[in-house]
Structure formats: structure tokens, C-alpha cells
Design a protein. Sequence first.
Length: 108
Amino acid sequence: MHQLQKWIVNKYIIATALFIAMLFFSDKNSLMDQVKLYGQYNKVKAEHQYYTQEIERAKKEYNELFSNDKNLEKFAREKYLMKREDEDVYVIIENLKPNANEAQESAQ
């Protein structure tokens, strides 16, 4: 027991323990901060990969769209409901869920 007490009271061991505690908790580059930063780094890396893929997809879509006038016309008609002057466009929206009133009427 006396030997253990010598080690605990030793000023060098106390200083080393305080230094290690400071490194783990109180420093701006503490271990806890490093773990948080590593998590943020992984998140940003995943976002970078996602946006890189989206940019490639957008470039491919852009090249496909503007390489041919028919593709451009198809895009304008589908996305923006554009039409020629001599035609009418009808948009049909299917009701996926029947209303409660319709269900009651069909049951009667």
C-alpha cells in the first residue's frame, strides 16, 4: 500500500495525468472535438459524393436535352405543359384515393 501511495502522490505522475486530462477534454483540439470533426468530415464527404453524382446526372440530362430539338420539345411539353398555338392540352389527374362521399355513394 505504501508503494502505491508513493506513485499517487508523485508530482510527475500528477502532472502527466493533468496533461493527459487537458488533452482529452479542455484543449481546442481535444479528443472529443476530434471525434465530432471526424463525424462532420464523413458527412461532408458523403454529401460531396452525392452532389458529384447529381452534377454528372444533370450534365448528362443537359446534353441529352439540348442535343436534339425533339428532346427539347418533349421536355417543354412534359415539364412546363407548353403547347403549340393550334392545339389544346388536357391534363388528367387520377384520384388515387376515393373520397369518403364517393365510397358511400358507390355502396348505396
